[in-house]
Every structure is written in structure tokens, then in C-alpha cells.
Design a protein around this ligand. Structure first.
Ligand code: MN
Length: 298
């Protein structure tokens, strides 16, 4: 990991790594996604964030059969689903469940294990329409991987709006410029959904020792100092250290997710739907799922 560069003469943090999304693939029959980052890139640089899938905006025709991804397990982390267009329904073996629509966020803590399904809502299926989602995987510290599963349904109206220069940030989790987002997190982090209202700069003061990732979803975006482009469906990681400010420059209509968090500094072994600290724990997770210890859907 790079530790030498911090900030520049302007006091802005430097953008030091860019990752581009992989090829398009389907998750079940409901989510046409590209994986923007995943742990085999550089788990330490990304921590506490593990993976991000973007289901870019696409149109679904009306249907009588609900599309989505059927029953599957997770253990050791949290799945955070951001709905930008369309509606998804979720239900899981711990009794969690709900429906989220545009602007809402579903924060599912798998911890010791859940089995769940993620489907287009019945109403969206019948009506059809545009669909866009992001699913982010947030790691749990070793001490909490085998904790109790949880579920938070966070609605658009709950997120504080913060004007950040040319952009408006919706604060999903953590603290930013005196505001606090509603999501309960297991380790310190700040997550902002950022939309540019006009061409210009957005500056954010975020703890400089934290991982800071900016995932561009739509529109033109440059970041850091010197300014470097982050094309759509790429993620930029900022250098840690120093006392700098995270600088983004966007054009009107640009959309990005800002993910900042205290790194866990623990080994990451990810395999399919499980994110643990070592291989033995992955084997145990597979066995526990197969023997029904993660429960089943009602
Ligand atoms: Mn899932």
C-alpha cells in the first residue's frame, strides 16, 4: 500500500489508484451488473469496503414473473443496497425484510449468517420501468463476524442533505460537516450519495487516515490534485495521511458515491457469498450453510 503521498500544496488529497469495472454479468435474472471493485484488487486499500456492484440504469418490460436472485446465503459482512430507480424486495431467514424504492437504502447485516432473496418488487414487475441499483459489501471486524444478523430499512426522507459546493450530498451513514446519517454501522465510516446540481467543485473533510473511495456512477467527474478523471463505473482511491480535503469536480447531473471508512487492518478472505478472515472460516461457513445453520426462508 502506498503511504508516502498525502496532500499537495493546495491541501487536497491526492488520488492515487483508479479501478475500472469488470464485464457486465447477470446476478440472477434481475440485476445486470458490473463489479466496480472487489477484494482481490487490494483488500487493504479498500477496507472496510469489500465489493461494489452497479446495476446501471436499464429498462425492464412488464412481466408476470418476479425477476431477481433467489435464496442464497451470506456470512461475515453487510450488504448495502442503494435503489436509484425501480423497487426491490428482500426477505431473509432472520425475519428481516422490506421493500425499497428510489432514494432508499437497505442495510442488511449478515454477520453469523442469513439466507435471503432479492427480487424486483411485485408492483415494479407488473408495471415495468427503469431500474438502477448499487450493492456495496461492507466488511465486519473479526470480533463481530459471528454476531447477530440485522436489517435496517433506510428511506430517502431520513437522509440529511448537505450542500457541498456544486453538489448536494445525501448522508447515508456517519458524520459530515456537522450532520449525521441514519445508518447504524459497526465501525466508523461516512457514506455520501453525491449529485452535482451544477458544474463545479465539491469539497469534503473526511478523516485523512481513512480509506476514501469515490465511485463514479454517471457523468463527468474529476478528483484529487492534480485533478484526474474518474470515468463512470470506475472507482478512485485517495492517498491516506496528511490533513487534506477530498476534492471532486463534476458537471451538472454527475452522480457518485463517496465511501470513507476506518480500515480494519485484518486479513480478508472472500469466497462467493462469504467474507471471513481465513480459509478455515470459509470452509466452516460452507458447511454451516449446507447443514441449514444459516436458516431458511419461511
Ligand atoms: Mn445477497
Amino acid at each position: 500500500m502506498e503511504t508516502t503521498t498525502q496532500t499537495t500544496a493546495n491541501g487536497f488529497r491526492r488520488l492515487h489508484t483508479l479501478y475500472a469495472a469488470g464485464p457486465e454479468h447477470w446476478v440472477g435474472d434481475g440485476f445486470r451488473v458490473r463489479t466496480v471493485f472487489h477484494p482481490s484488487l487490494n483488500a487493504g486499500l479498500l477496507s472496510p469496503f469489500v465489493l461494489l456492484d452497479h446495476a446501471a440504469r436499464m429498462h425492464f418490460e412488464p412481466s408476470t414473473v418476479q425477476r431477481g436472485v433467489g435464496e442464497h446465503p451470506h456470512r461475515g459482512f453487510e450488504t448495502v443496497t442503494f435503489a436509484f430507480a425501480g423497487e426491490v424486495e428482500h426477505r431473509d431467514s432472520s425475519g428481516g425484510g422490506g421493500r425499497i424504492g428510489p432514494g432508499d437504502v437497505q442495510w442488511m447485516t449478515a454477520a453469523s449468517g442469513v439466507v435471503h432473496e432479492e427480487m424486483h418488487s411485485r408492483a415494479f414487475t407488473e408495471a415495468g420501468g427503469d431500474f438502477e441499483m448499487v450493492q456495496l459489501w461492507v466488511n465486519l471486524p473479526a470480533a463481530e463476524k459471528m454476531g447477530k444478523p440485522g436489517y435496517q430499512s433506510l428511506l430517502d426522507g431520513q437522509f440529511p442533505r448537505t450542500k457541498l459546493g456544486a453538489a448536494t450530498g445525501r448522508l447515508i451513514a456517519g458524520h459530515l460537516h456537522g450532520e449525521t446519517g441514519p445508518a447504524k454501522t459497526h465501525t466508523p465510516m461516512t457514506i455520501v450519495d453525491l449529485n452535482f446540481d451544477e458544474d463545479g467543485d465539491a469539497h469534503m473533510e473526511l478523516p485523512s487516515e481513512w480509506t476514501t473511495l469515490v465511485c463514479s456512477l454517471e457523468g463527468e467527474l474529476t478528483a484529487g490534485d492534480p485533478l484526474r478523471p474518474i470515468p463512470p463505473e470506475q472507482v478512485g482511491a485517495f492517498a491516506r495521511g496528511g490533513s487534506g480535503i477530498t476534492r471532486l469536480r463534476g458537471s451538472r447531473g454527475s452522480h457518485a458515491l463517496v465511501l470513507a471508512g476506518q480500515p480494519l487492518n485484518e486479513p480478508v478472505v472472500a469466497h462467493g457469498p462469504f467474507v471471513m478472515n481465513n480459509h478455515d472460516e470459509i470452509v466452516t461457513a460452507m458447511r454451516d450453510y449446507q447443514s441449514g445453520k444459516m436458516g431458511s426462508l419461511p
